[in-house]
Design a protein around this ligand. Structure first.
Ligand code: DC
Length: 237
């Protein structure tokens, strides 16, 4: 029979981490690694905007017709798997992992994500996924700290020079398609400009976000920096 005092179990409140920034700053690699190291869930909201765009294209919706996109926004059934070791996204039950990374989707996703009705549908979905993560979650995107989860425990805004971002994105594409670094940089800068200037929840740094310039950092250094910030928050709160 046990006689000693029962061990004290500390129940930790789920931690919500928002990671925003333009493309090519290492958001996805950092977010997945931080979530894995800390035992948290992971959500790639860009993949959801891409999945919505893929659905519009395959269902014959003209992505440049904002009214048509708005009317269709509630139709696709999007499901995101939040295991950082195997993040998934399905649309109407179909695996969207490969088709959402095509050039066709990449070139149209900014137009679809500028439509307020699309943002309303996906913001609601993102909030419900975050609320149901038992241990907490790392959510990456463009408007997570400003709009989706303004009460996040920690907000990070990743930046990097356009040259560094284009070089990284080109590295990711290598092997999949012919890569022209200057064309990649041009496309990336154009997409960021569209994402930053749209009316509804543009790409922006939240006032209380910690900005991390990743230009001269290795991925490992960025991951360590964010893990330390999360641990400090947890210790303080
Ligand atoms: O992170 P990504 O490159 O896969 O995102 C694809 C597009 O989705 C990006 O150009 C802008 C849009 N997006 C958005 O508007 N809001 C988010 N929270 C995430 C992505």
């Amino acid at each position: 029979m046990e006689t000693g005092a029962s061990p004290v179990r500390t129940v930790r409140k789920p931690v919500i981490v928002a990671i925003d920034g333009p493309s090519g700053t290492g958001k996805s690699s950092t977010s997945k690694a931080v979530a894995s190291q800390l035992g948290l869930s992971y959500l790639d909201t860009g993949a959801q905007y891409r999945a919505m765009t893929w659905w519009m294209i395959t269902n014959g919706v003209d992505v440049n017709d904002a009214g048509a996109v708005a009317t269709a926004a509630g139709k696709p059934a999007l499901v995101s798997g939040t295991d950082p070791a195997n993040p998934t996204v399905t649309v109407d039950g179909a695996d969207a992992a490969a088709p959402i990374r095509t050039q066709e989707v990449t070139s149209r996703v900014s137009a679809v994500s500028a439509v307020p009705e699309v943002r309303t549908v996906l913001t609601e979905l993102q909030r419900s996924i975050a609320a149901s993560a038992a241990e907490g979650i790392v959510v990456e995107g463009r408007d997570i700290g400003t709009t989706v989860l303004p009460d996040a425990d920690l907000k990070i805004f990743l930046t990097a020079s356009p040259e560094a971002r284009a070089a990284r994105r080109s590295g990711e594409l290598k092997g999949k398609e012919a890569v022209d670094v200057s064309a990649t940089q041009e496309a990336l800068v154009k997409r960021d400009a569209a994402d930053s200037t749209r009316k509804t929840s543009p790409l922006a740094k939240a006032g209380d976000a910690v900005e991390v310039d990743t230009t001269d950092l290795t991925l490992q250094q960025v991951i360590e920096c964010v893990v330390t910030l999360v641990e400090e928050k947890r210790a303080a709160g």
